[in-house]
Design a protein. Sequence first.
Length: 305
Amino acid sequence: MSLRWSPKRCKTDMLKALIFDVDGTLVDSERHGHRIAYNRAFSESGLNWNWGEETYSQLVKVCGARERLRQFLGSTAVDGLSWIADDPEAFIEDLYQKKTRHFVSIAETGALSPRPGISRLLHEARQKGLTLAIASSSDETNVRTLLRHAFAENIESWFQYIGAGDTAVQKKPDPEIYRTVLQKLGISPNQCLAFEDSGPGLNAASAAGIPTIVTWNEYSRNDCFQGAALVVEHLEGDRNPATTRFGAGKTSDPERIDLQTLHRVHEHWLNYGEPFPTPSNAHPGRRRDRSEHDRFHCVQPTQHS
């Protein structure tokens, strides 16, 4: 049975906050930021490793830099590097510190840019008094550097709370970071929207009970986005329309993903517990059979020609 609005529910579950992942969601920072920083750290350490696009597209699914390095070490031959086995955690920590230094250097040049529509949406939300927060698997140094240098102005102070990877024992898809942010903000999951770019991020936010908007990218385009409130290529509109996808459908929707849209997405999710209706998923609120439900929620983006 679908939930329906009541005056009491509408009042207590008003949209109060927007919680953002950072890498790949706020900022396009993976391909030309983190990946390059890893490779520079490898070179500085005298390693002949190089994470190309194909390798990184798999490793990026592992949240957290140290965790990513552990995953790589556990799946690659380290012939001639037997000394790593003596203290692998020290080796990983050394690489991580070098990688962080290189990433900060890249970010401080302003070479990394916000995702389309993000700057506009942050300005709109701030002007309307919505609380902004961060829930990222990256460490706080990386997050704050991006907030200071990736945008036209320093937006670090715009966020009431910055939840980062070094404050969470468990990384995404575990919901720990989102539960921490909710606690710090003093709000319930129904009073906010999360923004993510990947399956693991969506799973983390969903496990915390937060309706989530996914802005997919080239690394996450084939992730399963089951349980998302809305799945779009990016947040922009007008001359750069966002591509909205659900199930087998695909439409270019020129509507800007603005605050009005977010309120509608939030209200629809709380009302029906299903993704926001777009031209490609039509008939909001009607009952679906299981096979249709699965197609509707698990979106597999089509490849560009």
